[in-house]
Design a protein around this ligand. Structure first.
Ligand code: THU
Length: 149
């Protein structure tokens, strides 16, 4: 694994410590690598009205969009599991949910990149990397509304 990927996964793991997930007890962190090398993170935010939960990827994308950086995305790392001190318990990589794939696609199209999405297990032993186009083939996005060249 490259140093850049290891650092991105470490940032996602750190973000997961700030999850607000009292209902599921499942803490997810997402780290967005920007084209300039900066990293922006997010974690899931749950709600007593369960269906209103915001996923880690969504909170992270909202942060870059609000900074004017939605077209600056290069790569994404996601990690999740049940917290145990500073560790996350879980051997299955966390794959982005369907809604998050669509939200990631918005930034990917704006960034003019088929971004890599690195999906890590909480125990850190498994990382599966995909192109977003594999996770969300034939996506609908800003290009379909004539907003891109
Ligand atoms: N979750 C994420 O943050 N990202 C995903 O892509 C999948 C699910 C969160 C939502 C909820 O707080 C918890 O994981 C359990 O579903």
């Amino acid at each position: 694994m490259s140093d850049t990927l290891a650092a991105l996964i470490a940032a996602a793991r750190d973000a997961a410590t700030r999850a607000y997930a009292p209902y599921s007890g499942f803490h997810v962190g997402a780290a967005l690598l920007l084209k300039n090398g900066d990293v922006v993170t997010g974690a899931n935010v749950e709600n007593a009205s369960y269906g209103l939960t915001l996923c880690a990827e969504t909170t992270a994308i909202a942060k870059i969009a609000n900074e004017g950086w939605i077209g600056e995305l290069a790569e994404v790392a996601i990690i999740g599991g049940r917290p145990d001190g500073d560790n996350l318990i879980g051997s299955d990589p966390v794959n982005p949910c369907g809604r998050c794939r669509q939200i990631l696609n918005e930034a990917a199209e704006r960034s003019e990149r088929d971004i890599l999405v690195h999906c890590a297990s909480g125990d850190g032993k498994t990382v599966n990397s995909y192109k977003l186009s594999e996770l969300l083939p034939a996506a609908f996005g800003p290009k379909d509304l004539g907003l891109l060249d």
